[in-house]
Write a protein that binds this ligand. Structure first.
Ligand code: ANZ
Length: 847
């Protein structure tokens, strides 16, 4: 192949980039518009894998593209270098986590340089550097000042293998730890929390702004995770007890149908009620509590789980009708949701019904779900006991005790005094008014989201910058004493034992307050590493600044991140935390935007024979090995070509040898071109020019839609057409051949930057092709027919688009969603349905 040695070319251009630093982001004097492109930073456990290869390839394609489009691009890299794997590896091998971590970082850095990624290498950061984590400590203290960091005694998730607490977000749906895989148990501990729940409404509502720019799946996962429920808080008096108990209900309309009352067994309330009951109740309750504590939340809420519970010997009084409701403890009620207590309405709630049937408790229907809810309010006839004389005559359907099915649908209220005849919605409103008038209830919202537990009982993390006095007082470490630097591991036993190893670092942990002379102890816990990554994109803006976490001036210039890419495993954890911290910083006046990432892409996985690659399965394809075998460019092109960014790609479909051949063909074209740099292109072969200009016209849209594989396909077409022209009538000296070769080099830069630079130089140029401005397509050469497509929102035409007559449905829908006018017309309405008829119509329905 004409002596084509990818490694030689690679070394040559990497050296040139290192010397001339062409990818450093421009400073204040740079007047170009700006783009901030970011791939989620790696964790330095071992070597980079194929997931990294994809991630940093895709972000590099976008970064290189925007540079060609005349932008000042920021494309930084750093390491998320605190965390358990370093510590566990250290324990296993008896090594120092510092050494393990920084050796891995050095290795990964080499791999990324070898991969030809156009990072701004002047901005590298590591979250385990004191220069970085001192700003975690600053952030923590800022949050503490604002009341957003607090300590509380709580039932927390405990990982019995890693011997540390976990945030709710780190517990998988099956109740296991996302790190160790161990079944997570509950433990009562005093821990630091960040008050993310203060932001629940904004975190939820602002997701609307991200519609169309973030994957729908991620938006939905965040919505579910925050889980806002709207209803009422209702206070119940308890017989023989001074304080009332409040419950949260989404169905206050059914209050007349409440027949019993349930509290979570592990709540203080249950213990209190049991304590004042007779001995038999107390013993039964104690036994039940022990049984409950062995089950996970998931098991407890499963609808098919047999209902269990114990009567607590007390009664609650229904505030609307004075009825006495027996109080039970049952594990289908969770201690940390709502108020940990519910009014049970078995006729209209399935779990309550199952419980009522299991324990033979009364069931009272208060909604006639057979009655129509639209139209005039029907007169519902009831007999002398208030039982409806069913309008449809199917009384059995209305008997949940017989059918075992709760009546959850809408209908007309019955057996409910002043509410009778109302539909569900109106009845909810009316009941809330009545409760408010009586002073026993009010409209309320409840969230699934819990505060973010950030204390970790492990060594390798940011020390929590707080001091504890002997008298129980807690004060922040004075700012001029930050950072609180981690003590060296020497002499420390890192083995997980349930309390932080730092507690044993006597010299470190004990300090004397210079003012009072009081002995104080440092907080021995370290922060969840998701604190580190919740704001790192801001540190990249002024990574070496010793005086500030980040520069507000730079944040104004660069923020928010324009293009963010990473794995879908961060759909909730990292992305939710980063959104929260951004909003908190906004409220402190430190940033001027409320969402950190304007657009987000989740790349698919690289799999092998349809299965996820993993070390334990022994089916790993190693990044560095592939890099060594085929060179960076062949690997990059093969990955980019293997399929759409979001799709999983089977390694069997990733053809590095095919890519290598393609690159050799491209480079050979540059060698064959037989004309000077100043030829007049217009005089060349028109057929070839049409292929060239179609690429120039289409590639920008395709890149913006992250259809990188299609761009590679177009590039292959152009290489073939150019080869044909060289070998055919046009010949190597035709001006259109040079034009095509130059466009190939410029476009190839996105995917195979070393080969592209080599082509560019071979074609007679001095500068870097990576900095060449994208050429305008000549419209007279774009023969393709275009049509005008209309975009409707809820039946009204809100925009038109000029599109190719051959446009596909996905492309058309994406173009419609991205259209400025359409977006403005949408405002923050949510698209719930899109009907797309290419090439002419897109019709959106909104909520
Ligand atoms: C009475 C009622 C009647 C309810 C009815 C529902 C239907 P979501 O939608 O998930 O927010 N609930 C409240 N706190 C609870 C807890 N700590 N553990 C288990 N269940 C709890 O669910 C809200 C409903 O779940 C509330 O509305 C309450 O039952 C129950 F026909 O109140 B409902």
């Amino acid at each position: 192949d004409g002596g084509f040695d990818p490694h030689e070319i690679q070394a040559k251009w990497q050296k040139a980039w290192a010397e001339k630093d062409p990818f450093r982001a421009g400073g204040d004097a740079d007047t170009r518009p700006r783009k901030y492109v970011l791939a989620m930073f790696p964790y330095p456990s071992g070597d980079l894998h194929m997931g990294h290869a994809e991630n940093y390839l895709y972000s590099d394609i976008v970064a290189r593209f925007w540079r060609h489009r005349g932008y000042n691009v920021l494309n930084p890299i750093g390491w998320d270098s605190f965390g358990l794997p370093a510590e566990n590896a250290a324990i296993k091998r008896g090594a120092d986590p510092v050494e393990w971590t920084y050796a891995n970082i050095a290795q990964q850095k080499e791999s990324l340089k070898d991969y030809g990624v156009s990072f701004d290498w002047s901005r590298v950061l590591h979250t385990s550097d004191p220069e970085y984590y001192r700003w975690n400590q600053w952030l923590f203290q800022k949050l503490y000042e604002k009341g957003l960091a607090y300590r509380k005694d709580a039932l927390v998730n405990w990982d019995p293998v890693d011997q540390t607490v976990l945030a709710n977000e780190q517990v998988l749906p099956d109740g296991t730890s996302e790190r160790s895989g161990a079944v997570v148990v509950k433990k009562k501990l005093t821990q630091w929390f960040l008050r993310i729940t203060d932001y629940a409404d904004r975190l939820l509502d602002d997701l609307n702004q991200l519609e169309g720019f973030w994957p729908q799946k991620v938006i939905q996962m965040q919505r579910n995770w925050i889980g806002r429920s709207v209803g009422a808080d209702i206070a119940f008096e308890i017989e023989g007890r001074a304080e009332k108990i409040t419950v949260f209900s989404t169905r206050p309309d059914t209050l007349h149908g409440a027949t019993f009352f349930v509290v979570a067994p592990e709540s203080d309330l249950a213990a209190e009620l049991a304590a004042s009951a007779d001995i038999e109740v107390r013993q039964k309750f104690q036994a039940y509590l022990e049984e409950v504590q062995r089950a996970t939340d998931i098991e407890r809420q499963a609808t098919d789980r047999p209902k269990t519970g114990v009567f607590l010997g007390h009664y609650a009084i229904n505030p609307i009708n004075g009825e006495k409701l027996p109080i039970w403890a049952a594990d289908y009620v969770l201690a940390d949701y709502g108020h940990g207590a519910v009014m049970a309405v078995p006729a209209h709630d399935q779990r309550d019904l199952d419980f009522a049937r299991a324990f033979d408790l009364p069931v009272k229907v208060v909604v006639d779900t057979n009655a129509p809810v639209t139209g005039a309010i029907p007169v519902i006839e009831v007999d002398e006991d208030g039982v409806p004389i069913d309008p449809l005559g199917e009384v059995d359907d209305l008997d949940p005790v017989k059918t075992g099915v709760a009546l959850t649908g809408d209908g007309r209220m019955i057996n409910s005094g002043s509410l009778n005849g109302l539909s569900k919605r109106n009845a909810i409103t009316r009941m809330i008014e009545e409760l408010e008038a009586k002073g026993v209830g009010r409209a309320a919202k409840t969230y699934r989201l819990r505060d973010w537990l950030i204390s970790r009982q492990r060594y390798w993390g940011t020390p929590i910058p707080m001091l504890h006095g002997e008298d129980g007082s807690i004060v922040p470490v004075p700012e001029d004493q930050l950072p609180v630097v981690l003590p060296s591991v020497e002499g420390l036993d890192l083995k997980p034992k349930g309390s932080s190893p730092l507690g044993a670092a006597t010299d470190w942990v004990q300090v004397t307050d210079p003012e009072t002379g009081q002995t104080m102890r440092r907080d021995p816990d370290t922060m969840d590493t998701f604190v580190d990554s919740s704001w790192y994109f801001l540190r990249f803006l002024s990574p070496t600044d010793p005086n500030e976490a980040f520069s507000m001036h730079e944040a104004r210039k660069w923020g928010p991140v324009d293009f963010y890419i990473g794995g879908v495993e961060h759909a909730i954890l990292h992305l939710l935390y980063a959104r929260f911290i951004t909003k908190a910083l906004f409220d402190m006046g430190l940033v001027e935007f409320t969402e950190p990432f304007s657009s987000l892409i989740n790349q698919g996985m690289v799999i092998l024979d349809g299965a996820k690659m993993s070390k334990s399965k022994g089916n790993l394809v190693l990044f560095q090995e592939e890099l060594d075998a085929h060179g960076a460019d062949a690997l990059r092109v093969a990955l980019a070509f293997a399929g759409p960014v979001e799709d999983d790609k089977d390694w069997n479909d990733v053809s590095t040898t095919g890519a290598a051949k393609f690159l050799a063909r491209a480079l050979r074209i540059a060698h064959d071109v037989d004309s000077e740099t100043d030829v007049v292109w217009a005089e060349g072969d028109q057929a070839l020019r049409r292929v060239t200009h179609r690429l120039l016209a289409e590639a920008p849209n395709l890149v913006e839609q992250t259809k990188f594989n299609v761009v590679v396909a177009r590039l292959m077409e152009l290489v073939n057409a150019t080869r044909k022209a060289i070998d055919g009538k046009a010949g190597a000296s035709d001006p259109a051949v040079r034009e095509a070769a130059e466009v190939i080099a410029m476009t190839l830069d996105l995917f195979a930057p070393h080969t592209a630079e080599e082509m560019w130089q071979t074609l007679g140029y001095d500068g870097f092709v990576g900095l060449v401005t994208w050429r305008q397509a000549d419209p007279t050469l774009l023969v393709e027919d275009t049509v005008t497509a209309v975009v409707q929102i809820d039946g009204k035409v809100r925009g038109t688009l000029e599109v190719s007559a051959k446009i596909g449905a996905d492309e058309l829908e994406a173009a419609a969603r991205a259209d400025e006018k359409v977006r403005r017309a949408l405002g923050d309405r949510e698209i719930v349905r899109a009907v797309v008829r290419p090439p002419k119509v897109v019709s959106f329905s909104t909520k």
